[in-house]
Write a protein that binds this ligand. Structure first.
Ligand SMILES: N[C@@H](CCC(=O)N[C@@H](CS)C(=O)NCC(=O)O)C(=O)O
Length: 224
């Protein structure tokens, strides 16, 4: 039986079909519309936390992007797209792998929540949140000035993790990348990857990919 990937439209679960396409792994994709913002009851029923992504493999039901990615790579991909501890860039790999969901995506969520309460203002907390996000974007852009992919010449799961935060996330928190030209060029390289194009077409065919410096303006249909 094929691996089942449950994808909530316009969400972080886009990472998993993309990963499967990169690894050439068979998967069955089930898609769900948001109602109106959160996952629908049938998605919530799959797992106690009900957050996207969720995968199923036989008796197993697993959530959390990083857990799903590690599981698929090691169980079905012979560890491809992960770096071994003998690799010279292993420590960097670990750092950026954990940074993507441990610091960067939370900083974006925090900025999004702050912005919903009014313009992202000059309160001390809003300032801390904005500073932390800007520091992250700057660090990322500096790194991409000299690296084709986040960890160098080798495309890894770190790229699979980070791209949602730089693209689809901008439908929820519309930040610009004009001050980050290397990140913009990186997104153009990502957009050329066949596996990415294929996965995104399957996941969210009606969504325009947010690969540009300016954030997207219109809400994708499937998220309504
Ligand atoms: N760190 C988690 C975050 C999961 C998460 O918050 N997913 C959002 C989609 S972007 C979600 O499920 N939102 C809808 C809901 O909570 O009902 C992961 O990477 O899996």
């Amino acid at each position: 039986m094929a691996l089942i990937v449950h994808h909530l439209h316009v969400s972080q679960s886009e990472r998993i079909p993309w990963l499967c396409e990169e690894l050439g792994i068979d998967y069955e994709l089930k898609t769900y519309k948001r109602v109106p913002i959160l996952a629908p009851p049938e998605y919530k029923a799959l797992h106690p936390l009900g957050t996207a992504p969720i995968i199923q493999d036989g008796e197993l039901t697993l959530a959390e992007s990083c857990a799903c990615i590690e599981y698929i790579c090691h169980k079905y991909g012979q560890g491809r797209l992960f770096l071994p501890s003998t690799h010279p860039a292993y420590a960097e790999f670990l750092y950026w792998w954990h940074w993507a969901d441990g610091s960067f995506q939370p900083a974006l969520l925090q900025a999004m929540v702050m912005a919903k309460g009014g313009p992202i203002n000059d309160s001390p907390i809003a300032k801390i949140s904005k500073d932390s996000l800007n520091r992250g974007l700057r660090a990322l852009d500096d790194r991409l000035r000299v690296n084709k992919w986040l960890i160098g010449d080798e495309f890894t799961v770190v790229d699979v993790m980070i791209v949602f935060s730089l693209t689809t996330m901008r439908y929820y928190y519309p930040y610009s990348l004009t001050e980050y030209p290397n990140t913009f060029k990186y997104l153009q390289r990502i957009g050329e990857r066949e596996a990415y194009q294929k996965a995104m077409k399957r996941c969210d065919p009606e969504m325009e990919l947010a690969l540009w410096s300016d954030p997207p303006t219109k809400v994708p249909v499937a998220s309504k």
